[in-house]
Design a protein. Sequence first.
Length: 174
Amino acid sequence: MGGPPDSPAGMKADAQFPSRKPYPSDLSDEQWDLIADLIPAPNSHPNFPEASYERREIVNGIVYLLRTGCQWRHMPHDLPPWQLVASYYYKWKKGEVLVAVLDRLRGMARAAEGRSATPTLGIIDSQSAKTTEVAAERGFDAGKKGEGQKAPHPRRRMRTVAGSVRVAGERARP
């Protein structure tokens, strides 16, 4: 990651000459060691010399963008060029490299909590959920563009008040 002070950021050179100050989003050595084998070696890019930027700096550029939410063109100039970082991000996203990284990190986090590395249960939290044909209340939710079991509107929930039934927002009926 280092290089003489006049070399561009992330260019391969001696590690004894740091090329830039680290950003808070930069991966630590321990973090990099966890995912380094999942990140493919850089390929040549038409505008840049082959493998001139370290994989770790490319990942640092991607993490910087995701952590700060900045636009590609607003990436700092001491990270690899935004075009290069963007091309690797989209290539790795399409090639499921990022999914493999997230799967590994999620599995490690779950194992550290004493749970199975792979989730065994999923929870759906939705106002409309697909149901079978024998569902009691069915309707169409135009906002969700689908049919399914509908959660009752909060103002239309039936409530029992002192032996009488009432709909929320209305007066009690005997």
